[in-house]
Write a protein that binds this ligand. Sequence first.
Ligand SMILES: Cc1cc2nc3c(=O)[nH]c(=O)nc-3n(C[C@H](O)[C@H](O)[C@H](O)COP(=O)(O)OP(=O)(O)OC[C@H]3O[C@@H](n4cnc5c(N)ncnc54)[C@H](O)[C@@H]3O)c2cc1C
Length: 256
Amino acid sequence: MKILVCIKQVPQKDAPLKLNDAGTWIREDVSYEVNEPDAYALEEALRQKEKHGGEVVVVTAGPARSQQVLREALAKGADRAIHLEDDKFATLDAANIARALAASIAGEEFDLIVTGLQSDDFGYAQTGVLLAEVLGWPHATIIIGIEKTDSGLRLKRELEAGRYQHVDVPLPAVLTIQSGINKLRYATLIGIKQAKNKPLRKVALAEVQSAIGDNLQKIERLYVPQKTKKTEHIEGSAGEIAKKLVDKLRNELRVL
Ligand SMILES: Cc1cc2nc3c(=O)[nH]c(=O)nc-3n(C[C@H](O)[C@H](O)[C@H](O)COP(=O)(O)OP(=O)(O)OC[C@H]3O[C@@H](n4cnc5c(N)ncnc54)[C@H](O)[C@@H]3O)c2cc1C
């Protein structure tokens, strides 16, 4: 199978985040890492290739710094990479990211595209589904199991409350992968060495500009929610207090 893996670079989970001057995003001087669900998507693609042969290609759309995630993927065993390189790519909404990714692989006949379920920073969980729409392919989300069949793929999807759904999809298709589907491998020293010589195709913004439109959603303001300390005394018997508390947790704070 010829598999494309979409990998996004995101701020490190424990990076100290500060707002930029415009208050529209975080300051960029933080450490970055591979978006966690994408690491599982890559691992799954490499396992499918080991089982069924084929090729694994990785792609990212982002500033020069995001080449880091492609190098890591090549060191783990991906065969080649595509870098849509421009600062603008970091600020496109999910629909335009999907269009740009689709335009960058025009002419390449992939059997399967895997993305992470969602990004750890914005978490729209949209890009994979929108990419399928742009390509006119079937898609399935929240995947925690993949088996190749004669007619395509048999998939296990994670639902609520510990339930699962099994679905069959024909190929080509787009899948959004849930973290934990497999056990991540580490890059070997040989893999890191070989990664330097593996093909990495650069795609400039101008090459996919015609496929991109205006952002359909815009970030107005990003701010740290203000903690308001309000202590309320609940009066009554133990039973009454318990009832009132559950009511507040359920209907006011909506945590139950
Ligand atoms: C400074 C700044 C300004 C922004 N302004 C806006 C704005 O005005 N409007 C807006 O909607 N968004 C804006 N964004 C958010 C942004 O660009 C989102 O990251 C993008 O829309 C994708 O959504 P997501 O990250 O939630 O991805 P999801 O939809 O959650 O991603 C799911 C999966 O898609 C794949 N994927 C997602 N992005 C990429 C990528 N770049 N390369 C490769 N694979 C990818 C990954 O596999 C990922 O796991 C801004 C971001 C920044 C940093």
